[in-house]
Design a protein around this ligand. Structure first.
Ligand code: ZN
Length: 348
């Protein structure tokens, strides 16, 4: 038998009566001094949740209340009478730090998964369904911006340019038809060997890259860039970044950020790098197309290693986004090219 002290309030009466409730397996009895106020079964009243050390309320169906701060005593007696407990879960969760921390971690994992997998998967899906005109639309002005801020006109002679254009045309022929209107542009990029693709199908190669690479090596990298376009990686990234920005802007209550984002698409295309997954996909695309065109994928390994070495030398002196920094894991990619080369040679 346990006695708990508190205050009793009759239904519709605001004055408090100091009282003591005694709870036993047979039922309860409520006293104020010598006067018994009520008695009955434990099921006759409900008990409010325990929230920290705030006062608890025992409430009868007629509206009468008993209020007490003797929470521990109340809990120990209620444990014997679980029918009286209502929603004690909130307190148990609150008083259990491991569960509280676990909940925070769980919410974190859900948000992380949304950004890490949910949005990218949706972006991939949407990008692959959008028509080519949409891909051209997001690329509008990108080359112009690049010319204005980063690139300078090519210094390659016209013979070299037309040789590379011929290579480019024959690489496009290896595709099983395409919806894209491909064009190849030559530019100087601060002396850096670099190649990039806009979602529209505009491929840009730097003078330094043309000078560094053999014909087959150039073709390998052009096919890699064609892979990014064919598999719509550029648009995927734009959608991905937009979704992330919109979610963050909305969460911060700043919808103005969305307009800025749309205006910043061309700049975004220049600054961002593809995910490793998309790089691997573009590599696999290149190996496959090289094999179809009768070019040994080994050339991809040699060019990627050349680019790796060149960019290591230049990395301190130039802040231009390098081919290497946007294409991580050089040696691993070279190894995959070597494997593709072995397969290529074993089937000949
Ligand atoms: Zn790439």
């Amino acid at each position: 038998m346990t006695s708990i002290n508190g205050d009793f309030f009759e239904a519709n009466v605001s004055s408090r009566i100091p009282a003591t409730i005694t709870i036993s397996p047979e039922g309860y009895s409520l006293h104020s001094g010598e006067n018994q106020l009520r008695s009955g079964r434990v099921e006759d009243f409900t008990v409010s949740e325990r929230i920290g050390n705030t006062a608890r309320r025992l409430q009868w169906i007629d509206g009468a209340l008993f209020e007490t701060t003797e929470n521990d005593a109340l809990d120990s007696v209620l444990r014997l009478h679980p029918k009286a407990i209502r929603g004690g879960m909130a307190h148990r969760l609150e008083s259990n730090w491991s569960i509280a921390l676990g909940s925070v971690a769980f919410v974190g994992i859900v948000i992380f998964s949304l950004f890490k997998w949910g949005i990218p998967a949706a972006a991939h899906n949407i990008a692959s369904r959008l028509p080519v005109t949409a891909h051209e639309l997001v690329s509008t002005g990108a080359l112009k911006s690049l010319d204005q801020f980063i690139f300078s006109p090519t210094a390659l002679n016209t013979n070299t340019q037309s040789d590379v254009q011929d290579s480019f045309a024959s690489m496009i022929e290896t595709l099983d038809g395409t919806e894209f209107n491909y064009r190849l542009h030559f530019r100087k990029m601060h002396g850096m060997p670099n190649a990039m693709a806009l979602p529209s199908g505009e491929i840009i190669v730097s003078d330094a890259f043309v000078e560094l690479a053999s014909k087959e090596e150039l073709e390998a990298v052009l096919l890699h860039e064609l892979g990014h376009v064919e598999e719509r990686h550029g648009m995927e990234q734009v959608i991905n970044a937009s979704a992330v920005s919109v979610i963050i802007s909305t969460a911060l209550g700043n919808l103005g950020g969305v307009n800025e984002l749309v205006a910043g698409v061309p700049v975004f295309l220049l600054q961002s790098s593809y995910s490793r997954k998309n790089e691997s996909a573009a590599d696999a695309f290149a190996f496959n197309q090289m094999a179809r065109a009768g070019i040994d994928p080994i050339h991809f390994a040699t060019v990627i290693r050349k680019l790796g070495t060149t960019n290591q030398h230049d990395s301190d002196s130039d802040d231009t986004t390098s081919y290497l920094s946007s294409h991580p894991g050089t040696e691993q990619r070279a190894q995959r090219a070597m494997e593709a080369s072995r397969r290529f040679n074993s089937t000949r």
